[in-house]
Ligand binder design. Structure first.
Ligand SMILES: C[S@@+](CC[C@H](N)C(=O)[O-])C[C@H]1O[C@@H](n2cnc3c(N)ncnc32)[C@H](O)[C@@H]1O
Length: 266
């Protein structure tokens, strides 16, 4: 499966994804992943940024609220429409564009930084995405992205729970098998059946790479690894949102920041 084939799945997911995430059911994003990502993000006030795979724009808006001048792209026209519609309300100004991360429609060395919130793992041509990121960043610019943790969410994963339903271990397997667009169906786990009844299930094309493949792709892109985080929810967060308790056992997400060297000249 290539990025153009991926597009139609995300177009099909966009309406229900936007509806459910704006209703608060993307709890891993809201309670764990995005707060940790923003804590790791350097000061972007006054910088020009590109958000890649912006979806309905929730995280782009949060970065823009930190004073960055944001451009955002997504391969799904429906997601971009939802992001623009929201922009009509109370959002900071963001330039949205329908485009693929594999062929960014921008000249080289344009942006101070780029972000990718849970999108790079959904694009089969990962090496090309990183090459494009390298191209559009100014020398000295950085990219920060989050992905599903390759080690703890490989093709086989099962929560092992005690008698109270508390996850105490995660069973993982099939680590070395690279999924190539296998379709996973479902909703955000926190959305109850009465909310999802009658809605079209997400169809998510899944691509997996093992940790060394991710790191080697990054090294081959010329970007220099700068910071890595594996966010863990605090006890207080789990009290506020018990659904994310299993992310205290092993890391659900991997956050990476890498920089284009200042001595690079295109
Ligand atoms: C898991 S969603 C994350 C959306 C958003 N960043 C967020 O955090 O809510 C993955 C996004 O990547 C987008 N995407 C997939 N392939 C893409 C590509 N080749 N170029 C740009 N965006 C892509 C999808 O349309 C979808 O909006």
């Amino acid at each position: 499966m290539d990025h153009n084939q991926v597009r139609r799945y995300w177009d099909g997911n966009a309406d229900v994804w936007t509806q459910l995430s704006r209703a608060g059911y993307d709890v891993y994003r809201d309670y764990l992943n995005t707060p940790a990502f923003l804590e790791m993000l350097p000061d972007v006030d006054g910088l020009s940024g590109l958000d890649i795979g912006c979806g309905e724009g929730h995280n782009t808006r949060l970065v823009a609220q930190r004073g960055a001048h944001m451009t955002a792209i997504d391969i799904s026209a429906r997601f971009v429409r939802h992001a623009r519609d929201y922009a009509g309300r109370d959002a900071p100004p963001i330039r949205y564009q329908v485009a693929s991360a594999v062929e960014l429609p921008f000249p080289g060395s344009l942006f101070d930084f780029a972000t990718g919130f849970m999108s790079f793992m959904d694009i089969p041509e990962t090496g090309q995405v990183l090459a494009e990121v390298h191209r559009v960043l100014k020398p000295g610019g950085f990219v920060q992205f989050s992905i599903i943790h390759p080690c703890f969410n490989p093709p086989h994963r099962r929560n092992l729970r005690d008698e109270h339903g508390v996850t105490y271990a995660i069973e993982v397997g099939d680590y070395y098998r690279n999924l190539d667009g296998d379709i996973v169906e479902g909703f955000f786990g926190a959305a109850p059946p009465e909310v999802t009844e009658g809605l079209r299930k997400f169809q998510l094309p899944r691509f997996t790479r093992i940790l060394s493949q991710w790191l080697n792709l990054l090294i081959e892109s010329g970007l220099v690894l700068e910071r890595v985080e594996e966010p863990r929810p605090s006890d207080e967060t789990v009290r506020a949102c018990p659904e994310v308790q299993d992310a205290q056992v092993v890391s659900y997400f991997l956050h990476i920041r890498a920089r284009k060297p200042v001595w690079f000249h295109s």
